[in-house]
Design a protein around this ligand. Structure first.
Ligand code: GDP
Ligand code: MN
Length: 378
């Protein structure tokens, strides 16, 4: 789950990481009034769930309140990486002596939380990683060992050689680590972490992503969720407890188990088709979930055929078959269905389907080829 910069700033403030106060504005007039609150240069920043806003013209400095209004008017008319800009943040602009980058990721390869830092911040870290990878320093914190101030200080020292800057950087890093762990983040970034000419470190930007699988125990973070992050279909699927991701192809997929769902998409592509979605109906056998899944898939006008791929373990094939019949009764099944049904209670499941005039196969390659052919015919 992603959040906006202004929401990240609120979290930074809660954790004591230095940021300047901001005002969130939806109109140019609000931006002008916000800039009037300080007698200083302002920065007007688009709030969209994407990085690289500066390069896209979505971050501008304004010398006067009138200029802030003009800049806001322009920015509110932009679309950045498919997100129309609906809000801008207006804030006191800091002077920049040096732009640092400070980030942390859940590092699966190293099985810890890796801190990344560089004194060459500002630009997107992916670009720096490509052009000058050695400039990015990394240090992994292992959760069983915890945050060792001495080690982290030694890690930060080459990047912040001045003692006064180092102690601030260490303090910010420690707070950011606490935020990371306590909110179940998967990534946090401060870019730029500004060193001001008078020697303060201030976060001028903030990005925080969270682990979706932990949101059940993070009600305060869950409240920060932004509807524009997900398609309407993904939102409905989440409410139905289905794991669903919209894709661009024309073959709908209903699969039990995330691994099998991935393998099914790979196989569709292998045989020359394009999946319309990733969908895992889960391990349980709830006929209503199958019906809900088909409903979401079938309202996508791009879908020309649907593949049901069930490998019943805990999932029972007879429950899946019942779900398919419920779906058929409720929905206008206007595209061909190809069903592959094997595993627990497969005979019962097939009998139910056959009684209703549907057939199910047992070979996955055959089913995938068949669904691709049907989608091409349509
Ligand atoms: P991003 O492009 O989406 O990462 O947006 P940022 O918030 O990082 O802003 C892009 C760039 O705008 C930064 O790298 C800075 O160079 C500049 N910028 C942002 N805030 C300020 C500020 O308060 N003062 C100054 N002088 N520049 C800023
Ligand atoms: Mn940035």
């Amino acid at each position: 789950m992603k959040i906006h910069e202004y929401q990240a700033r609120d979290l930074f403030t809660q954790y004591g990481i230095p940021v300047n106060d901001y005002i969130l504005c939806r109109t140019p007039e609000e931006a002008e009034a916000a800039a009037r609150k300080h007698d200083h240069l302002s920065v007007v920043k688009s709030q969209v769930l994407a990085g690289g806003r500066g390069k896209a013209g979505g971050v501008k400095l304004a010398k006067t309140p009138e200029e802030a209004r003009q800049k806001a008017e322009h920015i509110l008319g932009l679309t950045i990486k498919d997100y129309p800009v609906e809000k801008v943040l207006v804030c006191y602009a800091e002077e920049i002596e040096r732009e640092h980058y400070l980030g942390m990721i859940l590092d699966r390869a190293r099985q810890g939380i890796t801190i990344m830092a560089t004194a060459e911040g500002g630009m997107e870290i992916e670009e720096l990683a490509a052009s000058d990878p050695d400039a990015i320093k990394m240090y992994t914190i292992y959760t069983h060992k915890g945050f060792d101030r001495g080690e982290v200080e030694a890690f930060l020292k080459p990047i912040f050689p001045e003692p006064a800057h180092l102690s601030q950087a260490l303090d910010i890093t420690e707070k950011l680590f606490r935020l990371f762990v306590e909110t179940d983040a998967s990534l946090v970034e401060i870019n730029p972490l500004d060193l001001t000419p008078d020697g303060r470190l201030v976060a001028l930007d903030g990005k925080v992503n969270f682990d979706d699988n932990a949101m059940f125990r993070q009600p305060e973070i869950e409240k920060l969720r932004n509807p524009e992050e997900s398609s309407a279909d993904e939102i409905e699927a989440r409410e139905k407890d289905l794991s669903f991701v919209s894709l661009d192809g024309d073959i709908g997929c209903v699969v039990n188990g995330a691994g099998l769902a991935m393998a099914t998409m790979d196989l569709i592509q292998h045989f020359g088709g394009e999946p319309a979605n990733f969908l895992d109906v889960g391990g349980s056998s709830n006929p209503e979930k199958v019906a809900a899944a088909l409903k979401i898939i079938l309202r996508n006008p791009k879908v020309k055929a649907v593949l049901i791929n069930i490998f019943g373990g805990i999932t029972r094939c007879d429950d899946i078959a019942k779900g398919l019949l419920i779906a058929r009764d409720r929905l206008d099944l206007n595209v061909p269905l190809v069903i592959r049904l094997v595993g627990t209670n497969q005979e019962e499941g097939r009998a139910i389907l056959e009684g209703a005039g549907l057939t199910a196969g047992d070979d996955l390659n055959t089913a995938v080829r068949d669904v691709i052919a049907k989608a091409k015919e349509a």
